[in-house]
Write a protein that binds this ligand. Sequence first.
Ligand code: GLA
Length: 731
Amino acid sequence: MSVTYNENAKIFRLRAKDTDYILKIAPGGYLAHVYFGKKVPDEDLTYLLRLDENPFTPETNNRDKACYMDTLPFEYPCFGLGDYREAAFRIMDENGMSTCDLRYLSHRIYRGKPALDGLPATFATEDSGAETLEVVLEDKPAALEVTLIYTAFDKLDVITRSAIVKNVGKRPCTLTRVYSACVEFDTHEFDMITLNGSWARERAVERCRLHHGKQSVDSMRGESSHQNNPFTALCSHTADEDTGEVYGFNFVYSGNFISQAEVTQHKKTRYLMGINDLDFSWLLEEGESFTAPEVVMVYSDSGLGKMSRTFHDLYRNNLIRGEYKDKRRPILINNWEATYFDFNTEKLIDIAKEAAKSGIEMLVMDDGWFGHRDSDNSSLGDWFVYEKKLDGGLKYLVDEVNKLGLKFGIWFEPEMVSPDSQLFKEHPDWAIQVPGRELTLCREQYVLDYSRKEVRDHIYSMMKKILDSANIEYIKWDMNRQLTEVGSAVLPSNRQRELWHRYVLGVYELMDRLTTEYPHILLENCSGGGARFDPGMLYYSPQIWCSDDTDAIERLKIQYGTSMCYPCSAMGAHVSDCPNHTVGRSTPFSTRGNVAMVGTFGYELDITKIPQQDRDAIPGQIEQFNKYNALVRTGDHYRIGNMFEDNTWDAWMFVSKDKSDALFEFVQVIGRPNERSRRIKLKGLDPDKYYYEESDPDFKLSGAALMQCGINIGGIWGDYQSKIMHFMAAE
Ligand code: GLA
């Protein structure tokens, strides 16, 4: 049983693999948080609710309610009753009052895991052994019921949370904050790890010691963003890749979010995650409800590496869906960095011809094939073929590409409209805007109001026409600007602040429609590179373009940071040309291949123009990708190097679940004197097994030696060089 309830003690215990999460209905009916961490015997831990400081001990002295409220660890703290820490829930009732008082009403426990209406979420499978606890809290005066939903996965150290708020009364009430999770920790001795960055350098790992007061990362950009990812880990100060306690939080959502830790006067930590409440409100009329997206919580007693591997397993098995979920993805060639907007049918066929010779399996036609788009200043929203460029039409092109033995994929940016487009001329009010104010342009484009069904329907019907007109087997769904002047032409004034969230729900709805009607199409998400690399998007697309920075060395950091919670098998990664278009660096073709190989793999270059020796190397790279892809997709990932700490080298491994097969990759970023003979300790092997290394017939060492003593990485000459080693267990 993953979830139990002790009626006498009024204690709920959720057990996920080796993790316990314990809560209690405390005196007064408040739902209190008792414990989250490594599993403990079934004994009374409610002393954790009391503070040693006198005189206010919550269980015996409930006279001073305000003090009780300010010290009790809450499962879902609300605003206005004397809990002066940050709340998870706030309202504005019809009288303009914000006080709220949530008390236990009922609960239920059941096997499985519910879906969240209109939202992406992890799901239970037959063998994931998930069990769910729902606790209903009520605020009587406002007639609100808040259902907290917890699911424990009994084969993974994962607990998920979300909340549904329902207006069970007759009077309207406005929600001004509905976070998804609050977790109270009995200590403040944590480091906070976040993934921050910018365009072309997404998800850089940053680690800071928690201090008194509040510290947070967030997005108010309408998407999860390049700048901050909806991920946070709280870990012990000494935690590293392999040791120490870590709590990982990841928000299954693609819009505005907040992830905040607060160290309180008593040196405890309150951690909150949810939809950012800045510029947010949601009106609940009689009978209506609001669903807060899911937070995935992972506990690790063995460092960051174990936390990451738990997220990877969960997302690969219980989040990513569709025909490509467990499949090797086609090796594609994308024409963006090859041609930018300057292409036509002939050019694409030339690329396809050369690609076919090398064993590439799909041509992806990127931006520029529609309307009259010759640069980024027009035509978004006009999803019909630009005949001048694609002479002969789309079907002709796709057929020709198919005849060469390649699949065909296409780029869309469905959420956008250019001022210079037929769509905008016909429907200027479809762009998100505030009447009477100038619309801000970004990349010469506006954002469509996806809260409106007619907008989504129209865009979908245009996309459908294209998809039905030719044999299209892949879509790159891009989103190249963030939201400004957030106003809708159709929402009433008391619902305008709902637009941020309604926009995201609209995007999800359209992605759902697309993937349901075209299940065979492989969907890759993208947002100016990796601005929407989040679990919400992974629910609809099994892969996401990691970054517009395709330089192999920059990618070491980007892919390392991304791997904190997202599986490598979902990272869009391509071999591109040199000097690299973003940073101007030249790296060996082999290193570009070795780095891209641990993602979805493909090429983003003009194959008709690259040096012959690079072209000749492609079949070998493809063979190598095919050989190791199953291991990358299904194995355990171990980070060994850390470019954020030492940017002279990097290394990582993938180890099969049965520990019989392991891939080790090393990149020498900078060649340095007297550092050419490095000894690197491997990870994740079976200490009792003996391993061969494929390229060296004399090599045989125990897993114990490989992990405790290491291997020699010698004789690598020059910057940006890389090496692959393949270890196989002896029978
Ligand atoms: C974004 C994407 C790129 C490319 C361009 C096209 O920047 O990240 O890969 O598709 O848009 O405009």
